[in-house]
Design a protein around this ligand. Structure first.
Ligand SMILES: NC(=O)c1ccc[n+]([C@@H]2O[C@H](COP(=O)([O-])OP(=O)(O)OC[C@H]3O[C@@H](n4cnc5c(N)ncnc54)[C@H](O)[C@@H]3O)[C@@H](O)[C@H]2O)c1
Length: 339
């Protein structure tokens, strides 16, 4: 019998999921990836071609009948499959509800039937909205500002509820601004790294939101993979852990590290001026600490900059067009349109 548990990673062809798969395979686990390739890509796992320890299942997490058989013999489930951009969640909330809420329930039920030993849920710091306290602890008030944040929070509640009612050993991990090689390059306007790296390659100015003094808890992706493994290896259950870098960095600092010209675009409603995780709990309970500061992480990502060659190059105008729904639904104008 294999000493290492068989692990199943939903969303394993995505950015964070593929790094988790790297880590699990390196540790000698057998890994099953369930992904519908909506934003992830098989190329993110191409370096494991021929590795018999990895199986790739193309299926939608919400299609319970399609996924359930693949949970047989699985000990650890990491549920990362989700639609993960803000703007389309405002435009297409139903798709987000199906992927992030119905999908989570379907994965939980498959995990329950298979009697898995650990279920680790990928939650989001977006549940804190615009918090009162920095660094923000897990006990901060829940204030989702848009459907992506809400659906991720509902998924977290489902996971914890399955722990409470069915005794499933569940841990929820709330990620803060994850970055690193393979970060999403889908056509959607989204996370700052993908936007800036494509602009750098094209020799275009970085589109900095507001004055760039807003700060983000940029967390390197391999640190997140380590934390997920620490959560799965532990005996704790029913707990929520922030995963952050232990720092918060301004967007201007990021630009300084990347180097190049800048242009400024309007600040958006619903976005915090700071994201900053309080990581005392995960350090104390799981013994996990981040290892990669922003300077080292940016140097690493720049080694892989070719990955963003085919990513869209955003301009102030194309961002204004793409974020119309954001300003329309989350901005002050909504007061006027309410019945
Ligand atoms: N990147 C971040 O900063 C961040 C922050 C907080 C939380 N998260 C969470 O981490 C997880 C991974 O995010 P990511 O940044 O790697 O995004 P990603 O888009 O690269 O990965 C998501 C993966 O899930 C797959 N997927 C989406 N819907 C699916 C469905 N219905 N069925 C099966 N597969 C599906 C996609 O194809 C993709 O491979 C998500 O749950 C996201 O909400 C990410």
């Amino acid at each position: 019998m294999s000493a290492k548990p068989r692990a199943l990673v939903t969303g394993g062809a995505g950015f964070i999921g593929s790094h988790l798969v790297d880590r699990l395979l390196k540790d000698g686990h057998e890994v099953v990836v369930v992904d519908n390739f909506s934003t992830g890509r098989p190329q993110n796992l191409a370096h494991h071609k021929g590795n018999k320890g990895l199986s790739l299942v193309q299926a939608d997490a919400s299609d319970h009948d399609a996924i359930k058989a693949h949970f047989a013999g699985v000990k650890w489930v990491f549920h990362l499959a989700a639609l993960a951009d803000i703007v389309p969640s405002i435009e297409r909330p139903t798709d987000y509800f199906k992927a992030n809420v119905v999908g989570t329930e379907s994965v939980l039920e498959a995990a329950r039937a298979a009697k898995v030993q650990r279920f680790v849920y990928a939650a989001s710091s977006s549940c804190y909205g615009i918090p009162d306290e920095f660094p923000t602890p897990e006990t901060a008030e829940i204030r989702p500002q848009y459907p992506y944040a809400l659906t991720k929070r509902l998924g977290e509640e489902l996971a914890l509820h399955w722990g409470q009612v069915y005794g499933m050993p569940v841990v929820s991990t709330r990620f803060f601004n994850v970055y690193g090689p393979r970060s999403r390059t889908s056509g959607t306007y989204g996370a700052v790294f993908g936007v800036f790296l494509a602009q750098k390659l094209a020799g275009k100015p970085y589109t900095v939101v507001g004055d760039g003094n807003q700060t983000r808890d940029f967390t390197f992706v391999t640190d997140v993979a380590d934390a997920l493994v620490a959560a799965a290896s532990s005996k704790v259950s029913g707990e929520i852990f922030n995963i952050g870098s232990g720092q918060t960095y301004s967007v201007n600092r990021l630009v300084e590290l990347l180097g190049g010209p800048v242009t400024y675009i309007p600040k958006r409603p619903g976005e915090p001026d700071c994201t900053f995780a309080n990581i005392e709990k995960i350090g104390r309970v799981l013994g996990w600490k981040p290892k990669i500061p922003l300077e080292a992480g940016v140097a690493e990502i720049l080694k892989h900059i070719d990955y963003w060659r085919e990513a869209p190059v955003w301009t102030p105008q194309s961002i204004a067009d793409a974020t119309q729904a954001w300003f329309q639904h989350l901005g002050p104008a909504k007061e006027k349109t309410r019945a």
